[in-house]
Design a protein around this ligand. Structure first.
Ligand code: ATP
Length: 549
């Protein structure tokens, strides 16, 4: 398959914003593809090069992209950047520059999908001295091997700003149509491996298997999430009586995969943090008596020697650490509070009741100081629940109420469990713009536009402006993150790729014509930067409508 054929499909997609039409265009195209090419093409259609659970990143900065366009088109970086500022879109800029270059149309038609894949896969492997020069060569080579229109889409994919509107929902529906499968089965298969390229390939090779997708160890599973409740009564109403009530620890949600001596730990984003937590790995080895197991726990940081839990911010330093890992393990030792089971030896537990998952988990762990079950009770009694809630808000974040009979629904925020916390007025929002400071601070971003997500079309909608609540350290970190996400610079602000998620508290939600969401937050304050959340997991418009009431 030639890249140009895919470019024609991208172009067709760009002419509609209707999800059904997009799914129809893609399903007709997917049907024609060989199984071994389908997976990668599915990712490209979503504007991705690697699956969601991959640790690989292109790492192509705007500067390098402009230089590559200049090199491929025989122009200068400065001229490309100037034009980019005018168009506000790197794709259009690349198209214009490649058009103005005289080139043989024969060469333009030749880039195959396999060749593109080979070159793209070399890029994340290049690091250290001279890596920018290698990346530059590879990217400019690709640009000159395709048509101006191809260059437009390629640059957008490379800097992670595709904008065809094809999200996971459209791909799921297109695959379902192509292979005559149920969308819900495809979604379940995706939630068990978080990789649409794998789901598409498997579906193409054997459509029957999708009816009964299997967990595979060391392939992280999209985690089940919980709803909020605002009183003990409402929490019981949601999950039924009796319920299991557990302390909600203020730490890092982790999914542990163990097979024999091999152990891996994944975050909610499905990133592996195994290397950063060697102490947790050895604690698991000592305490878990099962050979093969997948379970979930909260990793909590403690102050050394004092047995006092530390707020999540301290632990988050360990997640980012690449060096001096042993040292930081001593500075912020951790404990694991286990609360759910997904697989034990050869048995999958997703479709088992929580009460049975919990019982089997209990038998698989020899509790000790570092690894234990989350503290909890099983009760129908509201005053017992209140006692635990008071304990939960004193030392940790609150409590979780869990239905005893519900199964584990991977990748969904369902009411099989609810959380009851102290600060109920919190949202997870995405930073989509950053404003330059004034006077001496003009190179410094001090305030930010917050956006929620509209899950119908995966669009980010503004909802407020954030400028308070930052510690010096958080402000410095935000500035570093913002610089890596800039798409476009304007006179007073920069437009950002939706990448940075923050947890904010606020006083009230009001209706407002100022912001695209139709709502505005009164007095938003930063609580923390959520490295463990993807923009798609941000608070969605429906939830905000509901909170506003
Ligand atoms: P939050 O921002 O409130 O931590 P979240 O959006 O990360 O929530 P939710 O599923 O809404 O995720 O809330 C549950 C979270 O609480 C889990 O992701 C997990 O990290 C944490 N947690 C702490 N203790 C427990 C527990 N005993 N059982 C389940 N989850 C727990």
């Amino acid at each position: 398959m030639l890249f140009n054929e895919l470019v024609r499909v991208f172009d067709e997609l760009s002419k509609t914003s209707k999800r059904i039409e997009m799914a129809n265009i893609l399903s007709a195209f997917f049907k024609k593809l060989p199984c071994d090419e389908l997976g990668f093409i599915v990712l490209l259609c979503m504007g991705k090069i690697f699956p969601h659970n991959s640790e690989k990143e292109m790492g192509i900065a705007n500067n390098l992209m402009a230089e590559a366009i200049a090199l491929a088109s025989g122009s200068t970086k400065e001229t490309v950047k100037k034009q980019w500022n005018i168009y506000g879109d790197i794709g259009e800029t690349a198209k214009k520059f490649m058009k103005s270059k005289k080139q043989s149309s024969l060469v333009n038609e030749e880039l195959s999908i396999n060749e593109l894949k080979n070159v793209l896969q070399k890029i994340p492997g290049t690091s250290g001295k001279g890596s920018s020069a290698i990346k530059l060569k590879l990217v400019s080579k690709l640009l000159s091997m395709t048509t101006p229109l191809g260059a437009m889409y390629l640059t957008r994919i490379l800097i992670g700003s595709m904008r065809t509107g094809v999200g996971q929902g459209v791909v799921r529906d297109a695959l379902a149509k192509s292979f005559n499968a149920e969308p819900s089965n495809i979604e379940t298969a995706y939630n068990l491996c978080a990789d649409y390229s794998k789901v598409a390939k498997n579906l193409c090779e054997n459509p029957e298997l999708i009816k009964n997708p299997k967990i595979s160890i060391f392939n992280p599973i999209n985690m089940m999430l919980f709803l909020k409740a605002d009183s003990i009564g409402k929490a019981f109403e949601r999950v039924g009586k009796p319920a299991r009530i557990e302390i909600k620890y203020d730490g890092l949600r982790a999914q542990v995969h163990k097979d024999g001596e091999k152990i891996m730990i994944f975050t909610r984003n499905l990133d592996s943090i195994t290397a950063q937590f060697p102490d947790a790995v050895s604690a698991i080895k000592k305490s878990v008596n099962a050979t093969k197991i997948i379970f979930e726990c909260e990793i909590v940081g403690f102050s050394p020697g004092m047995n006092k839990p530390l707020p999540f911010q301290y632990l988050s330093k360990r997640i980012k650490r690449k060096y001096d890992i042993e040292k930081s393990a001593k500075e912020i030792p951790v404990k694991l509070f286990c609360f759910d089971l997904l697989l034990l030896e050869s048995k999958e537990y997703l479709n088992e009741k929580f009460i049975d998952r919990h019982e089997a988990l209990k038998k698989s762990i020899n509790e000790n100081e570092a690894v234990m079950l989350a503290k909890g009770i099983t009760t129908s009694n509201e005053s017992d629940a209140e006692k635990l809630f008071n304990e939960g808000i004193k030392e940790q974040e609150g409590v979780m109420f869990k239905s005893l009979i519900a199964n584990y629904k991977a990748g969904s925020r369902v009411g099989y469990g609810v959380k009851l916390k102290t600060h109920m007025k919190e949202l997870d929002l995405v930073i989509t713009e950053a404003f330059f400071g004034k006077g001496r601070r003009k190179d410094w971003f001090g305030s930010y536009t917050l956006s929620c997500i509209n899950l119908d079309n995966e669009e980010f909608l503004t909802i407020g402006k954030l400028g308070t609540g930052f510690s010096d350290e958080q402000l410095k970190e935000m500035n570093e993150l913002v610089k890596k996400a800039i798409i476009k610079e304007e006179s007073d602000k920069v437009i950002l790729k939706p990448k940075i998620v923050v947890e904010v508290e606020y006083e009230e939600i009001q209706k407002s014509p100022t912001y695209k969401s139709g709502y505005a937050l009164r007095f938003p304050r930063l609580l923390r930067i959520r490295h463990d959340k993807t923009p798609k997991e941000a608070s969605d418009l429906e939830m905000i409508k509901e909170l506003k009431g």
